[in-house]
Structure formats: C-alpha cells, structure tokens
Design a protein around this ligand. Structure first.
Ligand SMILES: [Zn+2]
Length: 269
C-alpha cells in the first residue's frame, strides 16, 4: 500500500501551482478557465481553486490534482503520487510493481464516472483501488462519489436483440471479450462486486451469458449477478468451458484460446 501521508502530500499540491509549473495560466478568481494542458483550446478547461477540482469539457474528464497529472501525463496512480509528492514508494513492503493499469468506468451513455486502478506485483499479489474523490461532499470517497458501476456499461447500448451479452469477472476479461468481438461487462470490485437494481435495469430484455472464473469466488460472483438480473434479462445462460471449480486458482476468460467464444463445448445450465 502507498502510505497515506505520501498520498496526502501529493494531493496537497495546488492545482493552480501544478498548472503554472506546466506553463498554463488561467483567468478568473476562485473559478478559473483557460487552455487544457491535455487538449489545448481556450476556455473548455476550468478549475475551482477553493474546491481544488478541475474539469475539461472537451476531454470529458475531471477530478483532483492527482487525476489531472494522470490524465495529462498518461501515467498511473502510484507514479503520479511519486511525481507530485517527490517521494519514492515501495509498494507492498518488498514486492515490486510489475504492472499498473487503470480502467475508466462510464455510465450507459458513455459519461465518465470514475477510474479504478489495478497494480500487479511480482509476488503475484494485486491491489485494486478507486482513487478518492475530492468534489464537495465527496471528499475521500472512492468511485468519485458515484454508486457501484459496471465496467463496459457504455457498450450495452450497442447490443442488438439477437446478440448475447457476457458477464465476466474483472476488467481484463471484459477487454479480452471485446477483442473477440463480444460485448461484456463486469462488476467494479471483482468477486466482491455489488449488484444493484440499477444494474438489473441495464439488462432489460437482453440475452445474457455468465462466464464464471472456475473457482469458488467466481461461482459466488456469478450467482450474485444472476440473482440481480433474473427479473430483467430475457434469458440467462452459464458457460463453464473449464468445468466446475476444483479447488485451485480458477481458469478464466483470458485462459481461453479457442477461436470463437460461442464454441466451447459445454452445456449452459
Ligand atoms: Zn482537455
């Protein structure tokens, strides 16, 4: 974990100072507008110096100073905290970070809600977190003050009546399904994801196939998802190409090397 005091030090850098350091000068008092350090322009980028939040109406992004640096420099949370705080982070005690990925969550219309970061360490452990929000009333809350969301929800509008929607566990699997030409979503907290009535409504009239990871948490995750959508989905199938859990770390979508995902020879139940 990144020590709180280092994150706090990074977050304490004032937006106007960070922008000035990058040669961006904004006009106004507490509310200031000017060119975006990412996309340019003249006035679509703004900050509120009291709340210490920014927003770009062209990039459709916003947040605190950490979100700004991540957006503009295209780097991850840990690297941004190091950059802003000037401190070096040793994640997880001894384990070394081998990969950091950030996934953007949007609502069904494609409006950005929040980011989630996943860091993989060389000891096989991983760390998921939601960078805290700083907007008024949302200080310190994950998910930017929003409710639980589905990764890939903005693709549900593209589902035609005859096409299947997949529910899988975790963002990398949603992306893998997308590579395979499929539309998939997942909950926002892996096996511990919360499924809400708002999620259920998104599956209204859709044919849904659930693909659990072949482990016990994977089955629990899929059972929760199925319970959520059972009144709204047109049909629900479960696909287990690797069979039922056998006690070891489950195989999943990313372990599937068939050419077409509809082809695994297994019976839905
Ligand atoms: Zn912008």
């Amino acid at each position: 974990m990144i020590p709180d005091h280092i994150v706090a030090k990074a977050r304490a850098v004032r937006l106007e100072d960070e922008l000035a350091r990058r040669g961006i000068m904004l006009k106004g008092g507490a509310e200031r507008a000017g060119p975006c350090p990412h996309c340019g322009g003249t006035d679509l980028f703004s900050i509120n110096t009291k709340k210490q939040v920014w927003n770009c109406r062209n990039c459709n992004k916003g947040g605190d100073v950490i979100a700004l640096v991540r957006h503009v420099d295209g780097i991850g949370f840990a690297e941004t905290v190091e950059k802003l705080s000037g401190e070096k982070i040793k994640p997880n005690g001894h384990a070394r970070k081998i990969r950091e990925r950030t996934f953007s969550y949007c609502d069904p219309t494609g409006k950005w809600l929040f980011d989630k970061t996943r860091i993989d360490f060389d000891d096989g452990s991983k760390w998921n977190f939601f960078p805290a929000a700083v907007g008024e009333g949302n200080e310190g809350k994950g998910r930017n003050g929003h409710d639980y969301a589905l990764f890939g929800a903005e693709y549900l509008a593209d589902v035609s009546e005859d096409k299947n929607v997949w529910i899988v566990e975790g963002e990398p699997k949603v992306l893998r399904m997308r590579e395979l030409g499929q539309i998939a979503v997942c909950g926002d907290n892996a096996a511990s994801s919360i499924w809400t009535p708002a999620h259920a409504a998104l599956f209204k009239g859709l044919n849904v196939t659930l693909w659990p990871d072949s482990d016990t948490p994977g089955e629990k995750y899929i059972a929760n998802a199925a319970a959520c959508i059972k009144e709204t989905a047109a049909s629900i199938k479960v696909l287990r190409p690797f069979g039922l859990p056998n006690g070891s770390k489950g195989l999943d979508v990313c372990d599937w090397h068939g050419t077409a995902v509809e082809r695994p020879n297994t019976r839905p139940n």
